[in-house]
Design a protein around this ligand. Structure first.
Ligand code: SAM
Length: 257
């Protein structure tokens, strides 16, 4: 099949933007493959899940059905950490729930001398994150481990900065958009009305943070007060809130007392 024929089939199935990205990023456009992709587009599968690729903070990440596709909202968290750490030296960063490894990779690429560890409970996500770290030539400075938020291994030591974009959607939340239907449930949903992961992290993260170290958390729309209460109640000092490009409060920063 010619590239023009494939483009037209994709355009009809998913629009011009999807058609352009897919033809630019797909090597073999066989008849079988083109029609499979058209079926996926008609079913609402996000382009990132079709081409197994998503750009985040200017870097290209491999993604698959086991990982959350990196979101532009999460760039707010990365930018907040970079702004605070630009003058630091040999900053060590821990990323809880690393998924594709997008946050820790973007941070270590952009903060001179930084290194880090990313952990995730999903072994499939761990495989994806390791692949991205290798492809981005960060294997010397970023380690990826399989571990749970609630049992962060002692051996990884302590950090200047902890970051997390944990699952924060309540199980009964009906506002989940179409793209998220194709992301893993473990990456999206949390118990306790979406606050369960924050409650665990507020307790478990502290002993891995150096004195005056900070934690940066992505939050869902409308969760500022609840998450603030959880962290203050667990002995953290509130530092600030950052909004995303849509003006929604998206990142909370706390300091270890
Ligand atoms: C919202 S996704 C974030 C992925 C990535 N950091 C990003 O921002 O695109 C949350 C991640 O946390 C992981 N996760 C969920 N519960 C966990 C737990 N109890 N311990 C460790 N990781 C967990 C999921 O597997 C998923 O990769």
């Amino acid at each position: 099949m010619t590239i023009n024929q494939a483009f037209e089939i994709f355009r009809q199935a998913g629009g011009i933007r999807a058609a352009r990205i897919i033809t630019d990023n797909t090597k073999k456009l066989s008849w079988w493959r083109v029609h499979k992709i058209a079926r996926q587009l008609r079913a609402g599968v996000p382009v990132a899940k079709i081409i197994n690729q998503k750009w985040f903070f200017g870097l290209k990440f491999y993604t698959n059905k086991y990982t959350l596709d990196p979101r532009p909202d999460t760039e707010t968290l990365v930018a907040a950490v970079i702004a605070d750490c630009e003058k630091g030296e040999n900053i060590r960063i821990l990323d809880l729930g690393t998924g594709t490894g997008c946050i820790i990779s973007a941070l270590v690429k952009n903060i001179y001398g930084a290194s880090g560890v990313g952990i995730d409970r999903s072994w499939q996500a761990v495989r994806v994150a390791k692949r991205n770290v290798r492809d981005l030539k960060l294997a010397q400075s970023v380690k990826i481990l399989r571990a749970d938020f609630s049992k962060i291994p002692d051996k990884i030591g302590s950090f200047d900065v902890i970051v997390s974009n944990p699952p924060y959607i309540a199980f009964d939340d009906s506002r989940v958009n179409n793209a998220a239907m194709f992301d893993p449930r473990m990456a999206l949903f949390a118990p306790d009305n979406g606050l369960g992961a924050y409650k665990v992290i507020a307790k478990s993260a502290k002993k891995h943070l150096k004195k005056n170290g900070k934690i940066y958390l992505e939050i869902g729309q409308g969760q500022t007060k609840s998450v603030k209460d959880i962290f203050v109640h667990n002995g953290w000092d509130f530092v600030r809130v950052e909004s995303d490009l849509a003006g929604i409060e998206r990142v909370l920063v706390f300091e270890k007392r």
